[in-house]
Design a protein around this ligand. Sequence first.
Ligand SMILES: *Cc1c(COP(=O)(O)O)cnc(C)c1O
Length: 489
Amino acid sequence: MRYVSTRGNLEKSYSAAEAIREGMVPGGGLFVPESFPKFTLDEINSLKKLNYQEVSIEVLKKYLSDYTEEEIKECVEGAYSDINFSHKERTPVVKVEDEVYVMELWHGPTAAFKDMALQLMPRLFVKAREKTNAVDDTLILVATSGDTGKAALEGFKNLKGIKVVVFYPEEGVSQVQKLQMITTEGDNLTVSALKGNFDDCQTGVKDIFSDEEFNSILKGLELSSANSINLGRLLPQVIYYFKAYAQMLRDNEITLGEKVDFCVPTGNFGNILAGYYAMEMGLPVGKLICASNKNNVLTDFLQSGTYDKKRDFHKTMSPSMDILVSSNLERFLYHTLGDADKVSKIYERFNRDGVFSIEKQELENIQNIMESGYTDEDMCIDTIKNVFENDNYIMDTHTSVAMNVALRKKTERKVVVLSTASIYKFPSSVLRSFGKQGETEFKEIEMLNEITGVELHSAVKGIDKLPVLHKNCIEKDGMKEFLENLIKK
Ligand SMILES: *Cc1c(COP(=O)(O)O)cnc(C)c1O
């Protein structure tokens, strides 16, 4: 399999290893596969006998044709091991009520769905460096509003040839998220708070990437990022769509070929895009349902054909979906419009004006694949409470956004709601749906445990007692200086 640019601006196609090492297309644009590999129904049927790691190999080997099966196996077994995942299914599909299911993507080491990709991607990355004969060490810079930082630290810790530096906004992450990051062990990891908000972190990191003078100071280091536009993060997410379908087949919840809908709580559009890849590969999917919170720029786009980021930004109870520019949408547009020139023009306009539109026919094509809807804050709280009372199933705020949309959009097909975080990752908001509040987040975790009886996630167990290893805190404009000092050491 070869990879090309969504904007048609590459002289030649790339291998998977080259694309993963590069991250983004150098002149702007994202790497996409030249075509979609296919699964027949028979092949899909045979997946029901396989465990998660084995399904992973079947899916990945169609994309990573420059990796040997042995290399893929080694990466997959490290990523989805018993040490990292407590649940034997890895991404269990739970029946919540008639025809409504939840796929839980948070049984990994940091309790958020980011683990599904960030456990595997770093391992694919190390192999990509070897396969493309990288000499210099790689420096991965991460700006995080919470979940990505910890998942990246866990994924990259102690990997050879790679250093990771994570910046988080001093006041912008929860107590649990902060402790998760600053207690991470690993001799290749650095974490620092920044006196600013998430945008300041992200802008700082972007500046560093485009600062050639500064890049020349980083002698012997190659800069890269772990963000969700890297191909190495997209491909691992395709796996669990196949695994969910195979599990439902095995458990006689569906029959072979029966179409299923997937409803996805969406931010940067990476998770739902992976569902679209699965669909194009032959998985029987009815509709993909794109669920947003109050930052409903995607709902508006999927209903009107106009994407307009010039709007108020809302801080919500589902912070990992508080996004106005969904980067991975570019890939979806490339595949559905089938025209790199058009995508290139769209993003030229978007970068200039903050808005773009597609034509009526193009929108109709997209609507045949994807439904959309959004959930406001009150509905989010109510849905957590109602589903717990009616079905005895408790979910976090991100999952609730999608559950609410799924229940409103329900068709004659079965629907699987993707659950992206453990309730213990966002305890305050979940507790609020029971009209309760605790003095600290740790108290709230205990209260939630008492009310729901759901086993504590290992990611939060005893975390307030771990030693703090990363005490750095820098000024808003201090990133470059901080990195310079770090490199000198
Ligand atoms: C990252 C994240 C999302 C959004 O996923 P995208 O792939 O960016 O659309 C949703 N929920 C949680 C908990 C997340 O961490």
